[in-house]
Design a protein around this ligand. Sequence first.
Ligand code: PAF
Length: 288
Amino acid sequence: MIIVQAIDALREELKSWRRAGETIAFVPTMGNLHAGHIALVKRAQALGSKVVVSIFVNPTQFDRQEDLAAYPRTLTEDCAKLQAAGADLIFTPTPALMYPSGGLATKVEVPGVSEWLEGASRSGHFTGVSTVVCKLFHMVQPDVAVFGEKDFQQLMLIRQMVRDLDMDIHIEGLPTVRESDGLAMSSRNGYLTTVERKLAPSFHLILREVVDALHKGRQDYASLQIEAAKSLESRGFRPDYVEIRRAVDLLPAQVEDTDVVVLGSAWLGKARLIDNIPLTLKKVTETS
Ligand code: PAF
């Protein structure tokens, strides 16, 4: 496994692989890797002959400075995990290499999908994500890139950017990897205290209750969303949103929509948790 920090060194290595006919599968990360990231690497191995993983805590996607400062940086452990998983190259650029002018200059904006839900709660977050992913795609020029569905909106935003900018990259989404108690794996779970960690799986359970209610035929989506938020509050969370949206474009779901996703975000202590459950509803048929 090769570790490179410089963009030129990355390009040289990738050029020689491409000349040799290798196909490149890419997994962009911010490090502090857990089993969810390793699942992305394993999927990448099935899709390309060489796997490149980037580790870069991207400052431009943090809306709060304290979150950026506190974000866990565990490069040595991450490299060991990637070596064991069989990654071929790790790209670890510094902020100065990624942003020579000190911050965002040229920006990639994806209007619409970047404005709701996470975009509404975290000002500038998605501009930071689309810009850094676009830059990384230009540097790596992968055939395929793999992302987790836990960040459902991020995945949709990247797919939209790739379509709009005619990037010749297949975007693969992978289902959320969960702890045995249902909590979605996330680097931010490390912010939870022992007591909060015990409470945290109820976030997923409450979203699952919404899913069960939908499967049972409830169509009062607004009330379901309010009930779920109240349920979160009663268990000590500070909910940001619980929403039932169309899986295809994340617009508010209507009763005739069949492919939907229940998305939620809530604070528990210092951790802002996000999760989602996609589901397919039976078509509502007219009865005479
Ligand atoms: O999902 C993440 O870890 C980040 O948002 C990403 C895609 C690596 C961009 O910094």
